[in-house]
Design a protein around this ligand. Structure first.
Ligand SMILES: NC(=O)c1ccc[n+]([C@@H]2O[C@H](COP(=O)([O-])OP(=O)(O)OC[C@H]3O[C@@H](n4cnc5c(N)ncnc54)[C@H](OP(=O)(O)O)[C@@H]3O)[C@@H](O)[C@H]2O)c1
Length: 262
């Protein structure tokens, strides 16, 4: 498609020349985002807590003709997050996009949650997002070229959901952070968005969806009567990382097959 003949500025989905970190990039939604970004030209850092898995996904991308490195970091530990950002810039030369996709859920009624359960979810889903975004934004500000920070939140941020109280609270807090980050970082050319998917079948909920009764009940609450796919979420993340979304910041983008419409 050539720009010249069309009287509108044609944006580009390509991410050539961009460096992106995907936390939680070894599995599920994060894996699909890492593959999608690499296919569209970004150099990708695949991160999770397990170096062997990060290395193996990075190797798969490199074999497919993309560019990737695997760097392990526990997002709940700010010192590890700092090292992840530093090593990314050292090894790939820059940082343009951060996708905070690492996330965990503990399924229990509130009356049975203990401090350990609470800390595990909050450390990964909120502390992780806060410090990874902070360190990535600092690197982007230092390099004076702006950037994109995409939080993989959830429709759990928008409504209560039985037995995943801490998960929903952590994701709601991420929506709040996304707004404040937009206020503080727009001046540096950094956009921040929170992508809120509905149910996608991955390891995070595999056990629940093995229960056919639970699956049938869940599908009844979804107007499209289906679960989403990791690839569909990755396509929206690509939009949020691309030129197409340059005027979106501080917003929650909901992709839930209609679940929160009722
Ligand atoms: N699946 C859904 O229905 C759904 C819906 C809405 C939102 N989401 C959100 O989408 C994101 C990805 O979910 P998913 O379904 O793809 O989950 P998943 O398949 O369980 O993958 C989670 C990823 O996060 C990594 N991770 C977990 N704890 C981490 C930590 N402390 N530090 C670094 N990495 C960590 C995991 O690797 P290691 O365990 O090896 O570290 C893995 O790569 C999550 O934020 C989730 O809340 C999912």
């Amino acid at each position: 498609m050539t720009q010249e003949k069309w009287p509108v500025k044609l944006p580009d989905y390509r991410l050539d020349g961009k460096v992106a970190i995907i936390t939680g990039g070894t599995k599920g939604i994060g894996y699909a985002i890492a593959m999608m970004f690499a296919a569209f030209g970004a150099a990708v850092v695949v991160s999770s807590r397990h170096q062997e898995e990060c290395g193996s996904v990075a190797e798969q991308i490199n074999r497919l003709g993309g560019t990737a490195a695997g760097i392990a970091a526990d997002v709940g530990r700010p010192a590890e997050v700092k090292r992840l950002i530093r090593e990314t810039v050292q090894r790939l030369g820059d940082l343009d996009i951060l996708v905070n996709c690492a996330g965990v859920a503990i399924t229990k009624p509130i009356l049975e949650m203990d401090e350990g359960d609470y800390d595990r979810v909050m450390d990964t889903n909120l502390r992780g997002v806060f410090f990874a975004s902070k360190e990535a934004a600092a690197a982007m500000v230092e390099r004076k070229h702006g950037g994109r920070i995409i939080q993989i939140a959830s429709i759990g941020a928008l409504k209560g959901t039985n037995q995943i109280s801490t998960y929903c609270a952590s994701k709601a807090a991420v929506l709040s952070l996304t707004k404040t980050m937009a206020l503080e970082w727009s001046r540096y050319g950094i956009t921040t968005t929170a992508l809120c998917p509905g149910y996608v079948k991955t390891e995070i909920n595999a056990a629940q969806f093995q229960d056919e009764e639970f699956l049938a009940k869940t599908l009844k609450g979804i107007p499209q009567r289906r679960l989403g796919t990791a690839d569909e979420v990755a396509a929206i993340a690509l939009f949020l990382a691309s030129d197409y979304s340059s005027m979106i910041t501080g917003s929650a983008i909901v992709a839930d097959m209609g679940s929160t419409s009722q």
